[in-house]
Design a protein around this ligand. Structure first.
Ligand code: ZN
Ligand code: ZN
Length: 51
């Protein structure tokens, strides 16, 4: 897994970019399949994130 930047949510190393808002997000803050971040997922999205 390549690190591409810093997570916009928690500041940890990010490994993906949210397809909805373009934020860099770490695996803990994004959906493992869709990579949608928890901020977008919390806005009425259907993405399930387990914490
Ligand atoms: Zn994060
Ligand atoms: Zn997002």
């Amino acid at each position: 897994m390549a690190m591409i930047g810093i997570c916009s949510i928690c500041g940890r190393p990010a490994a993906s970019t949210c397809p909805l808002c373009g934020r860099l997000v770490c695996p803990q803050d994004s959906d493992p399949v869709t990579h949608v971040c928890r901020l977008c997922a919390g806005k009425g999205g259907r993405v399930r994130i387990t914490t």
